[in-house]
Each structure stands twice: as structure tokens, then as C-alpha cells.
Design a protein around this ligand. Structure first.
Ligand SMILES: NC(=O)c1ccc[n+]([C@@H]2O[C@H](COP(=O)([O-])OP(=O)(O)OC[C@H]3O[C@@H](n4cnc5c(N)ncnc54)[C@H](OP(=O)(O)O)[C@@H]3O)[C@@H](O)[C@H]2O)c1
Length: 178
């Protein structure tokens, strides 16, 4: 992270998540001041592992409450940050009852919400979004529709939908919006 101002805090959204927890750990180990968002600050057991990591690291960790569906709820956490790493997004591939509500809306509206706040926050200069390979393809058979039998960033997942593979669908919509 050579080009990042190390005196500024870094925001990682969705701290309770798998990916975010590793990112937070790496930033803390490098001595960064890290901010992370959780959906409910009262549910301390969901982020106890991060509190523990912070104690053992060179960095500083602060928690903020934010929900993908609450407009503006990430603004406070990112104020003063130069870099925002947005990982929060529902990652569910089974047990889905309402794909639109459980996956599509939070992924899409969450991306809009977080990016809108970044655009309105003067200190923010860089954003990293965790997209997915699912944004470029849904079914493996989709490779037959590529020219050279290779998926690249030029491709979009065109076969997923709310009914068929809603998680990949949520990722392609969020990526397109971003
Ligand atoms: N793991 C992979 O292999 C992989 C591969 C490609 C891309 N990704 C992407 O990487 C990101 C993180 O994935 P992950 O594997 O770390 O998933 P994860 O462990 O399920 O973490 C998802 C995070 O999103 C948060 N979240 C979900 N809905 C939310 C809402 N309405 N408001 C606020 N936060 C919400 C969750 O908070 P709660 O704990 O409160 O639910 C959790 O912190 C996602 O964008 C995912 O699509 C993951």
C-alpha cells in the first residue's frame, strides 16, 4: 500500500465478514488506524475476534454502526479517510427465500449508498470494491459464448437472475452500478 497516506484512517466496511476480517488484520499489523462498520454495535460477539486482533497489533481499531440499506449510514465512518475498502454485501448461496430482498437490494442499494457517501466526502480519494468473478460469468457453460474460451474484464455475467443464481446476479448488478 505504497501510495496510501499512512497517517489517515482506512475504512473497511462489513468488519464481521470473512474477507473484511483478514483485511482489517493486515492493516492493523501494518500499523494503520482502521475503522470498520458492523450492523449492530451491541452484538459484540460478532466482532470480538477483531477486538482481540487489535489488542495484539501495532494499529488502532474503531467500530462504527452502518447498514447497507440505511442511506448515509456509512458517512460518519469514512469522514477523514482517504481509502475506503467496501466489502459489505450479502454472500448467500443457499436457503434464500426472497432473493430480491436478501441479496439484490442490499448489494445494489448498499453499493449506491456507500459510493454516494464517498462522493460527498472530501477526504476520500480511493475506493476498493470487492466484486467477484461472478460479475463476469454465472454458469461455467457461459465460457462457450466467449471468443477465445477465456473470461476477462470485458465480459459480463448475462445468465444469472433473481431466480437463477441470485448471488452472482447481485454481484453483476452491483459491479455495473459501481
Ligand atoms: N468469500 C469469497 O470467496 C468471495 C469471493 C468473491 C467475492 N467476494 C465478495 O467479498 C465480499 C465479502 O465476502 P465474504 O466472503 O467476506 O462474506 P461474509 O463473510 O458473508 O461477509 C459479508 C459481510 O457483509 C455484511 N452485510 C451483509 N448485509 C449487510 C447489510 N444489509 N448491511 C451491512 N452489512 C451487511 C455482513 O454483516 P453481518 O455479519 O452483520 O451479516 C458481513 O460483514 C462480498 O462483497 C462478496 O461478494 C467474496
Amino acid at each position: 500500500m505504497k501510495s496510501v497516506d499512512r497517517t489517515k484512517p482506512v475504512l473497511v466496511t462489513g468488519g464481521t465478514g470473512y474477507l473484511a476480517s483478514w483485511i482489517v488484520k493486515q492493516l492493523l499489523d501494518q500499523g494503520f488506524e482502521v475503522r470498520t462498520t458492523v450492523r449492530n454495535l451491541a452484538q459484540k460477539d460478532k466482532f470480538a475476534h477483531l477486538t482481540e486482533l487489535a489488542v495484539k497489533s501495532k494499529g488502532i481499531l474503531q467500530f462504527f454502526e452502518a447498514d447497507l440499506l440505511k442511506k448515509g449510514s456509512f458517512a460518519e465512518a469514512m469522514t477523514g479517510c482517504e481509502l475506503v475498502i467496501h466489502t459489505a454485501s450479502p454472500f448467500k448461496i443457499s436457503g434464500i427465500k426472497n432473493a430480491q430482498k436478501e441479496l439484490v437490494e442490499p448489494a445494489l442499494e448498499g453499493t449506491r449508498n456507500v459510493l454516494d457517501s464517498m462522493n460527498a466526502t472530501e477526504s476520500v480519494k480511493r475506493v476498493v470494491l470487492t466484486s467477484s468473478v461472478a460479475a463476469i460469468f454465472g454458469d461455467a457453460i457461459d465460457i462457450r459464448n466467449t471468443e477465445k474460451g477465456i473470461f476477462t474484464e470485458e465480459h459480463w455475467n448475462t445468465t444469472s437472475s433473481s431466480e437463477h443464481q441470485p448471488y452472482p446476479y447481485s454481484k453483476v448488478l452491483a459491479e455495473k452500478l459501481a
